[in-house]
Design a protein around this ligand. Structure first.
Ligand code: NBY
Length: 830
């Protein structure tokens, strides 16, 4: 650091950032002309985007440095959020709004000849996630910074994010997402590196007093390089850090030994092999595939992050016992579970602590969030693979298991079976490490993400652990979303209208303030302004639909939207079968009758995992139905079926504010929470949904007359499935009619979709599509009826928005802070 006498000069020279429109313009032009070496004669929109981002980045960095200095100086407890996915979307718009200078940028860009929307549109999405889990992590970072918590995110810097989806002849085609060609939002920290070891052997070495110490040696080393991304809070100088690790061969660019020996190719190959670790995000959501490279990613990221955390802790020279008072680590699903083992290894093998003492520290440090009860999504790794890749970690896992099972045995001396059931090692062929069990055993709190889900994990998959630890270790933190991105940024006009009516912007930091809107639901003038904004948002979406699909839709129609990952449990198939039923019903009507029908646009969007055949069939069916229905002259505007390609965060910002009704129709008990349900209601759309995930709490908050619920309840699912397989399975006649048309070839070649039909007719209908079909169709009739009365409809929407305060991720983060992390906010002193 700079010596005391020189600090005055240093302070005089300190960067200040721009202020006002003129200041912004000056910075923008400076970046165009110097940083980018261009001029007014060749500054295209991309260059204007780059320069605008660099100008705002400079603003951010000042706050970021200040926040980091402040956090280091205060040295209070920090939260570390470990997530393999951060689905951040675009950064520029968010930065401008959080700093509060978007108006300045808009005016400045306009004077210089650009429209701000076009400039914002130049940015690639940071799409480092699959869906809800990754987006939740992004909302949490926004809340942590906005609420002034000292918190860091740790993740992987994938060179390729989630693939881009193209639709070719109605089929999904995956295209690589190379998003890094220009990314002004990251700062490479070539000085912050960690060597990460893989493979090798473990040797025991005798120490004094008959003690033994394990030494892990040999194998190979890969280097982790830190890339830092600033996370600005809204209306606060607090700017937190997201640290993403990138992999590189250790020892720099090449192995010069090999190079000098003339083995150039193999030295390049080593380099590439190392870089492969952080090359690509695995595109599966809710499916675990057990690939070695995935396990390598997990350890690489976890080991680098823990090394960083421990290094920071050690600077304070505190006793190890105080580690949990300084550090809270939250595990976003089981993907980072190896962090538990790694910390135990550091404490025992490297720092020389006793096993029990180390284990106390470890278990007090970690919290684990579960996001699913689907068995196919619960991570398990073959023991042989862990042994090969991480030999010392496998030993520690066995020791943790032994220590745990001994305790269980004492507690339940007469129950042999419980040991087998809760063992971290599944005694299967091959043996497997059960990561969720390891996460539970190594954490002090386990939480689900909505009430129903948190109850379900306690009574089903983790039942035995509730017996062992008691119910207090298990808790619920219902998910939330950030109102900054999902209202203020995505729906600026609605945000402005609300602010003008309830006395300012405070609701963006205390969403419960929305309740002041409720009394306006009966205000005719307010309802009119509200409807105009919804209509304008629908026009904006109609434009996007036209651009991406060529189909013209009528913004006056009822917009019915389902956007999320394509998965059988989320039941896009139920939706499209319902659409076919609607089409057949319309076709059977006289033209007189048809004239009385309410026009609809059914919008679908979402990616299928590349190896998920059924999900891809669903996409194909939606597109096939679209090309028949959208070109049927009998139907015209009465029904349009749209598949919007490449659904992502930035498209969600356009889609969400434009919905009249959105679909959250998972088989009861399968969707842990869902978060787009919250986004849609917050933007003044109603929802049709099953009694699943957060739908239940949304209903409780907004009132059951403001939501369209249908379908079987989670407590009935097991019996229904049993009946399909062992009793009689009668399929809803309306659904059978839909299937007959599909089989006939009404939407392509006959039997194109036989697999989907058979899943319901012949393979047990695991997702209960047939059981829920009738009530689904009937409920859609209620939606149509309700929509005809626009006054009442809009009033419902307003009341629902007014009651959505609970679903802010700020509330959610405050709950984690209080009940799991034991941390308090600390604002940066200015
Ligand atoms: O997490 C989602 C849940 O399905 C949703 O109900 C919940 O609202 C959301 C936030 O809590 N889960 C999810 O998105 N999961 C994944 O994306 C995912 C990704 C990878 C893997 C598993 C799940 N994996 O094992 O590789």
């Amino acid at each position: 650091s700079i010596p005391e006498p020189q600090r005055e000069a240093w302070k005089r020279a300190q960067a200040k950032g721009f202020s006002g429109k003129d200041g912004f313009e000056k910075e923008l032009v400076r970046h165009v002309e110097t940083t980018l070496a261009r001029s007014m004669f060749n500054c295209d929109e991309k260059a204007a985007y780059s320069a605008t981002s660099l100008a705002f980045r400079d603003q951010l960095i000042l706050d970021w440095n200040r926040t980091q200095q402040n956090q280091t100086y205060r040295d209070s407890k920090r939260v570390y959020y470990l997530s393999l996915e951060f689905l951040m979307g675009r950064a520029l718009d968010n930065a401008m709004l959080n700093i509060g200078q978007k108006d300045i940028a808009k005016a400045g860009l306009s004077e210089l000849g650009f429209r701000i929307e076009d400039i914002i549109g130049q940015e690639n999405d940071a799409a480092l996630g699959n869906g809800g889990l990754g987006r939740l992590a992004a909302c949490f970072l926004d809340s942590l910074a906005s609420l002034d918590f000292h918190a860091w995110g740790y993740g992987l810097r994938y060179r390729y994010g989630i693939f881009k989806q193209e639709i070719i002849d109605g089929y999904q085609v995956e295209v690589p997402d190379y998003w890094l060609d220009f990314n002004p939002w990251e700062f490479p920290r070539h000085d912050v590196t960690v060597d990460i070891q893989f493979f090798g052997n473990v040797r025991k070495e005798a120490k004094e007093q008959g003690k033994e110490v394990a030494i892990w040696e040999g194998g190979e080393i890969v280097q982790a390089v830190a890339y830092d991304v600033p996370i600005p809070g809204y209306n606060t100088p607090t700017t937190n850090n997201l640290r993403l690790w990138s992999s590189k061969a250790s020892g720099g660019e090449f192995d010069f030994q090999k190079f000098n020996n003339g083995d150039y190719e193999s030295s390049v190959a080593d380099q590439q092999r190392a870089e492969t670790i952080s090359a690509v995000l695995y595109p599966n959501d809710n499916l675990e595939r057990g690939k070695e490279l995935r396990l390598k990613q997990q350890y690489f990221w976890v080991a680098a992050s823990l090394h960083d955390i421990v290094r920071r802790f050690k600077k304070s020279k505190r006793d190890w016992k105080q580690f949990p008072d300084q550090v809270a680590i939250q595990l976003n699903d089981t993907h980072p579970t190896l962090a538990i083992v790694e910390l135990q290894r550091i404490l025992v093998d490297i720092e020389g602590l006793k096993w029990e003492e180390a284990w106390d520290i470890v278990t007090s440090t970690f919290g684990y969030t579960n996001h699913t009860v689907l068995p196919e999504a619960l991570e398990k790794w073959p023991v042989g693979l862990v042994q090969h890749l991480l030999p010392r970690h496998l030993q520690i896992i066995y020791d943790i298991n032994l220590y745990f099972l001994q305790q269980v045995e004492k507690q339940f001396p007469d129950d042999r079976d419980i040991l087998r059931r809760v063992s971290i090692i599944e005694e299967s062929q091959p043996k497997m490490v059960r990561m969720a069990y390891l996460a539970i055993v190594g954490s002090h709190k386990v939480n689900g993400v909505a009430e129903l889900h948190s109850d379900l994990i306690k009574t089903t998959i983790f039942k035995d652990f509730v017996e062992i630890y008691g119910p207090d270790k298990f808790t619920n933190v219902t998910n939330g979303i950030t109102p900054r991105r999902w209202l203020h940024q995505a729906n600026p006009r609605l945000s402005e209208l609300i602010a003008s009516k309830i006395g300012g912007n405070d609701f963006l930091k205390d969403l419960t303030k929305l309740n002041k809107l409720e009394s306006l639901a009966e205000d005719k003038e307010f309802r009119k302004e509200w409807s105009e904004i919804k209509y304008a948002n629908k026009v904006r979406l109609a434009k996007l639909i036209k651009e991406l699909t060529g189909v013209t839709v009528n913004p006056a129609a009822l917009f019915d939207i389902q956007v999320k990952r394509i998965h059988e449990y989320k039941r896009q198939q139920l939706n499209i079968f319902g659409v076919i039923h609607r089409y057949l019903t319309l076709k059977a009507m006289s033209s007189e009758e048809r004239k009385k029908q309410l026009p609809r646009v059914s919008v679908f969007g979402g990616k299928a995992a590349p190896g998920y055949w059924m999900a891809k069939q669903i996409i194909h069916l939606i597109n096939a139905v679209g090309s028949v229905v959208n070109n049927d002259a009998d139907i015209g505007d009465l029904l349009k079926v749209i598949f919007l390609p490449d659904y992502n965060v930035s498209k969600a910002e356009i889609i969400t504010p434009a919905s009249d009704i959105s679909e959250h129709i998972s088989t009861a008990g399968t969707e842990a929470s869902g978060t787009s349900n919250m986004k849609f209601v917050l933007n003044g759309g109603l929802i049709i949904g099953t009694c699943d995930g957060a739908n239940i709490e949304i209903t409780r908050e907004i009132g059951d007359n403001n939501i369209f619920l249908f379908g079987n309840l989670s407590e009935d699912v097991e019996d229904l499935r049993h009946a399909h397989n062992y009793g009689s399975h009668t399929i809803d006649p309306d659904l059978n009619r839909v299937f007959d048309e599909m089989e006939k070839g009404t939407f392509g070649t006959p039997h194109d979709f036989s697999g989907m039909v058979a899943a319901v007719r012949h393979h047990g209908d695991y997702y209960l599509v047939s059981d829920d079909f009738h009530s689904y169709i009937e409920t859609h009739k209620l939606v149509d009826e309700a929509y005809r009365n626009q006054d009442e409809w809009v009033a419902k929407c307003i009341v629902a928005v007014a009651r959505m305060g609970f679903f802010s991720s700020d509330r959610c983060i405050n709950e984690y802070a209080e009940s799991i992390w034991n941390v308090e906010p600390l604002a940066v002193k200015s």
